[in-house]
Design a protein around this ligand. Sequence first.
Ligand code: EPZ
Length: 421
Amino acid sequence: MERLIIRGGNQLHGEVSCSGAKNSGLPILAATILLDTPAKIGNLPHLQDITTMLELLNSMGASINFDESGYIEIDASNILLPEARYELVKTMRASILVMGPLVAKYGKAKISQPGGCNIGTRPIDFHLDGLEKMGAKIKSDSKYIYLDAGKLNPIDFNFPKISVTGTENLMMAAAIVEGKTILRNCAKEPEVVELANFLNNCGANIIGAGESTIEINGRASLKSTEWEVLFDRIEAGTYMVAGAITNGHVKINKIKPETIQIISSKLIEMGAIVESGGDWVEVDATTADLISKDISTEPFPGFPTDMQAQFMALNAISNGHSIIEETVFENRFQHVDELKKMGADISLEKNKASIKGVSNLFGAIVSASDLRASASLVLAGLVGKNRTQIEDIYHIDRGYECIEEKLTKLGAEIFREPAEY
Ligand code: EPZ
C-alpha cells in the first residue's frame, strides 16, 4: 500500500485553492438520473468516490463523456439497469444516493446493502421509511435492497434525526413526484442547498432548502443544465487547521466564507487571526500561542463532524485542556489511538474525548482508518518532530485532491512513497 511520509516542523505559508466538494458532486451526479436530457457538470474533484459514482451511473446504462473544458457530460436519461451492484457500493456507501432518483424515475431499484463503515453502523432506515411512505414496496436480503413502486405519492415526512443523504435522497425522489411533498427536520448543509439549486435550475420546484422544512412540488419532467459543484468546505477547514497547527499563515482561495464560519470562529477563539473576503479565508497563527477549546459536533450550521478529527490534532498541541464531544456518529474517534502514538494526551469516555495539550508531538508510524482521521494524522505529522509515516492512505485520497502537492506548495515536507513490492 502507498504511504505518506511527512517530516514535521515547517511553518506553512502561502496560498492554496480548494477543489470541488465530493459531498456536493455525489448527490448532483445521482440527480442526473432524474433528467430527460444530458447534463454537464463541472468542478468535480478528481477523487476515487467521484470516479466510483461515474462508474455506477455507467454500469446502469448512463453515458459519460469528458470534454476538454473539464466538464463531464452525463446522459442518465435512459437507464437500462436500475441496480447499484455490490462491487461498487462496498467501496462507497454514498452510492445509496441513486436509490431515490431510480425509484422515482424508473419505479424500481436494486441497491446493495451499504453496510456500516469505520465511523459507525450508518443505517439508511430514514431513506427507506420515506420511500416506503411514498409508495415503494421494499424487500431486502443480506446482500441487496429491492424497491418496487408504480407511481410514487407525495408525503409529509419528518426525519427522526437529521440526515444529509436522507434529505438528499427524498428531495430528489419528490422532485418528480406529482403533488406537494413536505420534508421536516431536514439537513441544512450547504451541499443540500446546492443540490436543490441544481434541481431548481433543471425545472424543479423546491422551496426552503437550507431550512428545517423543505417543500417540493413535483414536476413531470426535468431538463438538464450546466452546473459547477460547490467548493469543498471541509478541505478548506483542513487547510485552515494546517496553517494554525504549524503557527503559519495561509490563505485558502475558492471557498464561500459563510460555509466555514463556525471553523473560523473556533480558530479565532483559540487565538488565531482569521480574515475572509468574497471567496477566500486567511489564517495567521504566526504569533499565536493557541489555546485548546471545547467542541461538540452538530449538524450544520453547528460544528461539523467532518472537522472533529482535524481539531483533535490541533487541540492536542495547543495549551490547556479541552473536551471534544462527537454527537453525530457513534465511532468517530479511531484517530485517537494513532495520535497517542505521536505523543498526544487524550482519554476517551463514551462519545467524549478529553485532551490535554502537550508541547510536542513526535513522528511515528500510524495508520489511517477513515477519511477525516487520515487528515488528522497528516496535520499531526506537520508538527510531529522527525518523520511520520501514514499507512493506508487510500482513505485520504477519497476526499483530498492532490493533498501532498497542495501542502508542499505551502512549505510542508511531505511525499508519497510507493507501495513496497
Ligand atoms: C453525510 O453522510 C456525509 N457524506 C458525511 O461525510 C458526513 O459526515 C455526514 O453527512 C454528517 O454530516 C456525504 O454527504 C456523502 P447522515 P450521511 O445521514 O448522510 C444516522 C465524509 O467524511 N442515520 O447525516 O451518511 C447516522 O447513523 C463523510 O465526507 C440514521 O440513523 O450521514 C448518523 O448517526 C463521512 N438513519 C446520523 O444519522 C438514516 O437513515 C447522521 O448521518 C440515516 C442516518
